[in-house]
Design a protein around this ligand. Structure first.
Ligand SMILES: C[S@@+](CC[C@H](N)C(=O)[O-])C[C@H]1O[C@@H](n2cnc3c(N)ncnc32)[C@H](O)[C@@H]1O
Length: 273
């Protein structure tokens, strides 16, 4: 299956060792990422190395955050639900659903959900694929109900690699919707370039310029840790933890390199409940 250029770019920049279940490994191997080739070629080996570290770090955070959430429930003999918004063709839902067969996972994206469903082909069975614009909250609510999302079960929502492409009002409404539905929330943001260390700032400016030029985006929204915290508070969340990639890199690889300063990386991860 061919996939869109930006999805393919992100998949090219993911350490495949992150996926442990046979289902996610098989799925990943069957994806054809050649559509992202032209975009991928615009980056030097050094740039690709830096983006591989930052994308792999954010994916590591999302997977671990969801696994920790479900593990904690499991210990109390409970099962949870996972809502992945703007899931794209990434293997996260397949990995989580395979590792937690008693949890229901909901993959939502505007595009390619039918193809993803076909490629997964019932292995694992506990994923619902929903084609929906995530800023259209009445449709999202309707679709979730149609797919048996249970409002009374503990749930976590993930928004990875999407917040920078959403208008601010759309993001605010989604956060409010998730809070009103009692969902814990994991996401990543891209820092405003001026908040990134001068030695690595060029990576953030360049990546979005190249993506913008190649796929014709008209805006990118950057945030600071304080701004995303206030938006989450405004939505209703009270416990908010923003983590920089230096910490995640050390946990993931055993070394902070190449994020040697706290502000070396342009991606920050967020957990809220
Ligand atoms: C860069 S990809 C990220 C995919 C995946 N979350 C990841 O991190 O690998 C962005 C995804 O957001 C989806 N998307 C963008 N705007 C959307 C919207 N309004 N509603 C649903 N999906 C959207 C795109 O189709 C694409 O799959």
């Amino acid at each position: 299956m061919k996939i869109s250029a930006t999805s393919a770019l992100v998949l090219n920049w993911t350490d495949p060792a992150l996926w442990k279940s046979p289902e996610a490994i098989a799925y990943n191997q069957n994806l054809d990422v050649s559509e992202g080739e032209k975009l991928f070629q615009l980056f030097s080996a050094e740039e690709s190395f830096m983006h591989l570290q930052s994308v792999s770090g954010r994916k590591y955070f999302m997977k671990n955050t969801v696994c920790n959430f479900l593990d904690a429930l499991h210990k109390q003999d409970l099962s949870g639900q996972v809502l992945i918004l703007a899931a794209g063709l990434a293997p996260l839902s397949i990995e989580i659903a395979s590792l937690f067969p008693s949890s229901q996972v909901f993959d939502v994206d505007k595009y390619l959900m039918h193809d993803k469903h076909a490629l997964v082909n019932g292995e694992p069975q506990n994923i619902e694929f929903i084609a929906c614009d995530i800023t259209d909250l009445s449709s999202l609510q309707e679709q979730l109900t149609k797919h048996d999302f249970n409002k009374d079960k503990p749930s976590i929502a993930v928004m990875e690699g999407i917040i920078y492409y959403l208008p601010l009002d759309g993001l605010k409404s989604i956060m409010k919707f998730l809070w009103q539905n009692h969902m814990a929330f994991a996401c990543d943001i891209c820092l405003k370039p001026e908040l990134v260390h001068v030695q690595t700032r060029k990576y953030v400016s360049d990546v979005f310029r190249k993506i913008k030029d190649e796929v014709g985006l008209d805006f990118i929204n950057f945030y600071s840790a304080e701004e995303i915290t206030s938006l989450l508070e405004e939505a209703g969340y009270t416990k908010i933890r923003v983590t920089n990639m230096q910490h995640i890199q050390k946990e993931r690889t055993g070394d902070q390199y190449p994020f040697t300063e706290t502000d070396s990386c342009w991606v920050m991860t967020v957990y809220a409940e």
